[in-house]
Design a protein. Structure first.
Length: 222
């Protein structure tokens, strides 16, 4: 039997499916549409996006993937050339070295393939819970909730969870949402967080789920 939070969460997903139509798609969706559903490209694009806006990291990923789409390809690009390709992502020099390390690791331990389990993904240098879940969800269609700052903030704002960290949010959302909604919820909420339910002064007057939202910790809105 579904509890009240689960019923409300499903209602929110149903509304956001329509409300997000026409909004800018996620960077990972753009990569999939352009290069196909490739777990390796999703992994690398996510690593490039850490602490970097999509408007910077997405073009960097596209430039890189126009030249290289396998671990073997990337390790053959000198680090200095990688720096030029991915600039100006945050910490681009460190990121270029990390890309080589990740690709060598994939070649050495996984025969050049991206592993499809959370435990194995988390053993790769630079891969945290958010990145691992994104790869599982977007790369392998394995049920996972990718909790970034938007998903963490909005899930608490909606009162679906009461948590302090993204890791806690992931675990609590898994209790609230049926598994078939895990991937979609994360995608929809990120888009919503980028456009309407922004961190400061969310656009509540434009929000079709406002009747389902207790607006927890919202002090100002538009």
């Amino acid at each position: 039997m579904k509890n009240d939070r689960t019923i409300r969460a499903i209602q929110i997903v149903d509304i956001l499916r329509k409300a997000t139509c026409g909004m800018q798609e996620l960077a990972s969706t753009t990569i999939i549409n352009q290069f196909g559903k490739n777990p390796f490209l999703i992994l690398i694009s996510c690593l490039l996006s850490l602490r970097t806006k999509d408007t910077v990291s997405l073009p960097a990923s596209q430039r890189l993937f126009a030249k290289a789409q396998t671990p073997q390809d990337i390790v053959q690009i000198p680090v200095h050339d990688l720096e030029i390709i991915i600039y100006p992502v945050a910490f681009y020099r460190r990121r270029a070295k990390n890309l080589h390390e990740v690709c060598r690791d994939l070649l050495d331990r996984f025969n050049g393939s991206v592993p499809s389990t959370l435990q194995e993904l988390l053993t790769i240098n630079g891969v945290g819970l958010k990145t691992a879940n994104l790869v599982l969800a977007q790369g392998f269609d394995i049920p996972a909730i990718c909790v970034d700052t938007h998903v963490h903030r909005i899930s608490n704002r909606l009162g679906l969870v009461t948590t302090d960290t993204p890791a806690e949010t992931e675990q609590e959302l898994k209790k609230v949402l049926p598994q078939e909604y895990w991937i979609e919820y994360g995608q929809l909420v990120v888009v919503w967080g980028q456009n309407i339910c922004v961190p400061i002064s969310p656009k509540c007057s434009q929000c079709p789920i406002i009747s389902l939202c207790p607006r927890i910790a919202v002090t100002t809105s538009r």
